[in-house]
Write a protein of this length. Structure first.
Length: 203
């Protein structure tokens, strides 16, 4: 557990995930990008708070406080033999495509092979604790926004054209030295994130 966190204070059901946290410089860059893309006429776009964006490696859903320790041990197993590595945040795209955007994302480059290996190790280690393995291939990205349901074709086209004409060429370095088990509390004002545990790489 990280300093200041006590199991006794954690509720029975914890919405959680395992992630790499981003440096403040990268978060500021994502904030500037959001301001560049945010328009009053695109109120159908649900933006993610850049200050809370993480590189998610495994979403766990609801866990109990008692599971935090065994999940942390699985994280330690997953990081064996993986030394700290370098990533880079750059580029802008959308799922399933820029023409029909549903999720707006920022790309992640650098030592992707190491990142993929780490994610696969986490997936395998957590499978032993009866967490379902990911069915879709891992694609490293940071979710910046989601398009709400029921958007008209002209509205979607307008947003698509804006994204297509926007470049995000700045490169923000991310030195991956640890992974963290995070708690996510959903509130009306947005998600609140709390670190539950941390495991360093290279140990």
């Amino acid at each position: 557990m990280e300093r200041g966190t006590e199991l006794s204070r954690i509720p029975e059901q914890i919405r959680s995930f395992i992630a790499v946290e981003l440096p403040e410089e990268a978060k500021r860059g994502l904030t500037r990008l959001r301001k560049e893309l945010e328009r009053d006429e695109h109120r159908f776009v649900k933006w993610v708070d850049p200050g809370g964006i993480h590189l998610t490696l495994k979403f766990l859903g609801n866990i109990s406080a008692k599971q935090v320790t065994e999940i942390t041990e699985a994280m330690k197993e997953a990081t064996q033999g993986i030394s700290p590595f370098h990533l880079e945040i750059s580029g802008l795209g959308a799922f399933p495509s820029l023409r029909q955007p549903r999720v707006l994302w920022v790309g992640v480059g650098g030592e992707i092979d190491k990142l993929s290996r780490l994610q696969q190790n986490i997936d395998s280690a957590l499978a032993a604790l009866r967490f379902a393995k990911e069915e879709r291939p891992f694609v490293a990205h940071l979710t910046l926004a989601r398009i709400r349901e029921g958007v008209s074709t002209p509205e979607r086209k307008s947003f698509s054209e804006l994204v297509g004409s926007t470049t995000f060429g700045d490169k923000y370095p991310v030195e991956v030295e640890a992974i963290r088990l995070m708690r996510s509390q959903l509130t009306r004002g947005g998600a609140i994130y709390t670190r539950l545990s941390m495991v360093g790489l290279g140990h």
